[in-house]
Design a protein around this ligand. Structure first.
Ligand code: PFF
Length: 450
């Protein structure tokens, strides 16, 4: 990862760090998963809970992951152990780091399948496949694609291969620097798409669906989905942000940096929602269509707007790029762990880890066709892995981190490191010690009680 020093012109370690952290945070989670989860979980009930979860739970955990990483200057497992021992606590806190890496391993397997969809759509859109199509037709194209295991396999393999090549060659820093251009590019294309959706689609209904409070639709499942997605989209609970924190200078303001990263991440997700839902309603599509939502709706825009073929290809290039800066952050800690614990070098460690993850990804992609009947606890393999990680592993490791930070660390040193005084510190204490952990615990209890 890149932490170019201030001597490089406009580069500062803080800016390099923001690029790396935002590169990991912004990805398929914002543009593919956020809209589809919103659609499945009842619109505004999900959006509003998600925003609350980001502010009250996501931000404190993000800051604490960075702080722990910065203190320890070590990988996530050793970092937890180091800080725990420093605080006079048990070294077993390190297991949180290990569960996190396992989560990254599982997530990457299905993340790569969806990254493959984005790559395929880059070529499909660029070759004009969607010219003049309506929602029914784009839906048929997408279903045909899902049924074609060979194509899914090809693109999953290409995406995973690219991720492995980047990590094996250690060029992640270069990619993060490139995201200086790609990220604003993505925001720009999204703005155009929001403009198209708002002018040609059902913007009013979309805004109502996304933002008009509908408290009665909120239930335990919606809150858990929103909580899990807050972790997923900010790359929390996997030790990734802890690992990035190890590269942070002492002078970097953690809360200010968190605000920048979180604002960018959230804005991009909301823009994706405002690009997609006006088209969903004006084309009478089902908001709860599931993982295919953006692959059915956005092609309508690309097939019917002037310059849509070029803009569509550009959009999927930028989306694939954003997905790669996230996927490499998922692979990196797995490889680093293997490198450290086995005699394998970086390249062989990447090959071994990447191949196992790829294989698990094949099981996920088959759940869209040949293996759709195989169920694990009532879900197909893809859904099972997604739920296991987002709804259980990430919130639980996040809970562990926030409990450790709020109850087992010296609060005075945290206050100094965060530069908090007076009322700001009081708010931080209440949120990190009570609100965040209790909210996560309450969600789990409410689900256990049915
Ligand atoms: N945050 C990424 C996204 O929203 O696409 C996905 C992700 C990356 C999840 C890294 C978890 C992670 F550790």
């Amino acid at each position: 990862m890149s932490t170019t020093k201030a001597s490089h012109g406009q580069w500062s370690s803080r800016f390099g760090f923001i690029l790396a952290a935002t590169g990991s945070a912004v990805g398929l989670g914002n543009i593919w998963k956020f809209p589809y989860m919103t659609g499945v979980s009842g619109g505004s009930a999900f959006v509003l809970t998600y925003l609350l979860c980001i502010a009250l739970i996501g931000v404190p955990i993000l800051v604490m992951e960075w702080l722990i990483g910065r203190r320890a200057q070590k990988n996530p497992i050793q970092a937890m152990e180091h800080v725990a021992l420093q605080e006079g606590r048990s070294r077993h806190w390190k297991w949180l780091g290990l569960v996190g890496i396992l989560g990254a391993f599982l997530i990457l397997s299905f993340y790569s399948v969806i990254g493959g969809w984005a790559l395929d759509y880059l070529f499909r859109t660029g070759s004009g496949t969607f010219q003049g199509m309506n929602g029914e037709q784009t839906g048929a194209v997408f279903n045909g694609f899902l049924g074609d295991a060979g194509s899914l396999l090809l693109w999953h393999t290409v995406f995973m291969g690219l991720t492995m090549a980047i990590v094996a060659m250690g060029v992640t820093g270069g990619l993060e620097r490139a995201s200086r251009i790609m990220m604003p590019g993505l925001v720009l294309v999204l703005l155009i798409l929001v403009g198209y959706g708002v002018t040609t689609g059902a913007a009013g209904r979309a805004a109502e669906f996304l933002f008009t409070p509908n408290w009665s639709a909120i239930n335990g499942q919606v809150v858990l989905a929103a909580l899990g997605h807050a972790f997923f989209t900010l790359s929390l609970g996997m030790g990734i942000m802890t690992a990035y924190g190890a590269y942070l200078g002492q002078n970097v303001n953690l809360l200010g940096t968190a605000r920048t990263v979180v604002l960018l991440d959230t804005t991009i997700a909301l823009m994706a929602g405002m690009a997609i839902f006006p088209l969903v309603f004006s084309h009478h599509l089902e908001p709860s269509a599931g993982p295919g939502l953006i692959f059915v709706t956005l092609p309508i825009a690309f097939g019917n707007m002037t310059g849509g073929t070029v803009l569509g290809a550009l959009f999927f290039i930028l989306l694939s790029f954003a997905a790669l800066t996230s996927s490499m952050s998922l692979l990196e800690p797995v490889v680093a762990l293997l490198e450290e614990k086995t005699p394998l070098g970086r390249k062989s460690a990447t090959l071994v880890a990447g191949s196992v993850i790829w294989l698990l990804g094949v099981a996920s992609l088959l759940s869209f066709n040949h293996w759709s009947d195989i169920q694990i606890m009532g879900n197909n393999i893809f859904d099972f892995l997604d739920k296991l990680t987002s709804k259980f592993m990430l919130p639980l490791t996040g809970l562990g981190i926030i409990i450790f930070a709020g109850w087992f660390m010296n609060q005075d040193s945290i206050r100094r490191e965060l530069g908090l005084e007076g009322p700001g510190y009081t708010v931080w204490r209440i949120v990190s010690r009570f609100v965040a952990p209790l909210a996560v615990i309450a969600v789990f209890i409410s689900l256990l009680l049915g």
